[in-house]
Design a protein around this ligand. Structure first.
Ligand SMILES: Nc1nc(=O)c2c([nH]1)NC[C@@H]1CN(c3ccc(C(=O)N[C@@H](CCC(=O)O)C(=O)O)cc3)CN21
Ligand SMILES: CC(C)C(=O)C(=O)O
Ligand SMILES: [Mg+2]
Length: 287
C-alpha cells in the first residue's frame, strides 16, 4: 500500500473521533488533499506566539497561520500594510517551535512578493530557512500566479488567498465582500489560476456562501473559509477575534468561543484591588 493510501484510510478511521488529522504525527499538505477527498473539515487558527501555538496544537487544530494580522493584533497597527518580513520572522519561529502536530504557515507581508518572482522566492526561502514553517501564504489570484508557481518550483508549499485580501484594502475600498454578482466570475478565475500555479489550498475571505460553494466544487485543492460560509473544505479565524480579545469592530463572520478580554480585565481589576487592600501577597505567596 502506498503512503497516500495508508494516510487516507487512516483518516477515514479517525474521522468520527477527531477531525481531519487527529492521530497524525505531523500534518502535511497531502492531508489537506485527503481531507477534501474524504469530506473531513480542516481547521486553522492564527497564532503569533508559543503559548497559543502550544494550546491550539494540543487541541488538534490542523494548521496555524502566523498571519500578517500580527500587525493589528501584536504590533497595534491599523492595517497589515506596515508589517515587515523582519517583524514576522521571530513570531513564525516561536509558533513553529511550539507546534508538534499542526502545519505551520507563514504569511508573506505586503511588499515582500508583489514586484517580481525573484522577491517572492527570496522571501519564501527566508521564511522557511529562518523560522521552521512548513509553508507560506500570499494574497492574490491571477495577479500572484507567477509568484506562486516560482515558490512552488523552489520546493515550498503555497497557500493562496483570494476574495477580500486585506493587503489591498485601499484598492478594494475597505472591508468589502468580494465575489458578488459579476465578481463571482473573477473569483472563479482567480481560484483556477492559483490551483494551476500549484497552490495546495486557497483561503477565500469574505465571499458569499454560494460563490464559495461553486469555487469549492470547481477546484481539486481544498478551500479554506474566512467568512466564506459553510461549504468550504475548511475554516480559519483570527484567534484574537474568535477568543474575544480584539478591541473594536469584529466582522460578522466571526463567532466568539471565549471572552478572554473580559477575563483578563476582571483578573487585572481583582489583582489591583487585592494589592491595594493588602490581600496579595498572602502568606502562601511569600517566603
Ligand atoms: N479575517 C480577518 N480579516 C481582516 O481583515 C480582519 C480580521 N479578520 N479581524 C480584524 C480586523 C477587523 N476587520 C474587519 C473586517 C470586516 C469588518 C466588517 O464589519 N465587515 C462587514 C461586511 C462589510 C460589507 O458589507 O462589505 C460585516 O458585516 O462583517 C470589520 C472588521 C479587518 N481585520
Ligand atoms: C485572515 C487570514 C487569512 C490572514 O491572512 C491573516 O490573519 O493575516
Ligand atoms: Mg494575512
Amino acid at each position: 500500500m502506498t503512503q497516500e493510501n495508508s494516510a487516507s484510510s487512516a483518516m477515514r478511521e479517525e474521522a468520527p473521533y477527531g477531525g481531519a488529522t487527529q492521530n497524525l504525527k505531523r500534518v502535511r499538505t497531502r492531508h489537506f488533499a485527503n481531507a477534501k477527498k474524504n469530506g473531513i473539515k480542516i481547521t486553522g487558527l492564527t497564532s503569533y506566539d508559543q503559548l497559543t501555538a502550544r494550546i491550539f496544537d494540543e487541541a488538534g487544530i490542523d494548521f496555524l497561520l502566523v498571519g500578517d494580522s500580527a500587525g493589528n493584533n501584536v504590533f497595534g497597527y491599523e492595517t497589515t500594510l506596515p508589517v515587515t518580513v523582519d517583524e514576522l520572522i521571530p513570531l513564525v519561529r516561536a509558533v513553529a517551535g511550539a507546534a508538534s502536530r499542526a502545519f505551520v504557515i507563514a504569511d508573506m507581508p505586503f511588499g515582500s512578493y508583489e514586484a517580481n518572482t525573484r522577491d517572492a522566492v527570496h522571501t519564501a526561502i527566508r521564511m522557511m530557512k529562518e523560522t521552521g514553517a512548513h509553508a507560506v501564504k500570499l494574497e492574490g489570484g491571477i495577479r500572484s500566479a507567477d509568484q506562486i508557481r516560482h515558490i512552488v518550483d523552489a520546493g515550498i508549499p503555497v497557500m493562496a488567498h483570494i476574495g477580500f485580501t486585506p493587503q489591498s484594502e485601499h484598492q478594494l475600498g475597505g472591508h468589502v465582500i468580494q465575489g458578488r454578482g459579476a465578481g463571482e466570475d473573477q473569483l472563479l478565475a482567480d481560484a483556477k489560476a492559483v490551483e494551476e500555479a500549484g497552490a495546495f489550498a486557497v483561503v477565500l475571505e469574505m465571499v458569499p456562501a454560494d460563490a464559495a460553494a461553486k469555487v469549492t466544487a470547481a477546484l481539486s485543492i481544498p478551500t479554506i473559509s474566512v467568512g466564506a460560509g459553510p461549504h468550504c473544505d475548511g475554516q480559519l479565524l483570527v484567534w484574537t477575534d474568535w477568543a474575544g480579545l480584539t478591541q473594536g469592530r469584529i466582522p460578522k463572520f466571526v463567532k466568539q468561543y471565549a471572552q478572554i478580554g473580559q477575563t483578563l480585565r476582571d483578573a487585572a481589576t481583582a489583582w489591583k484591588s487585592d494589592v491595594e487592600n493588602g490581600e496579595y501577597p498572602g502568606p502562601e505567596n511569600s517566603y
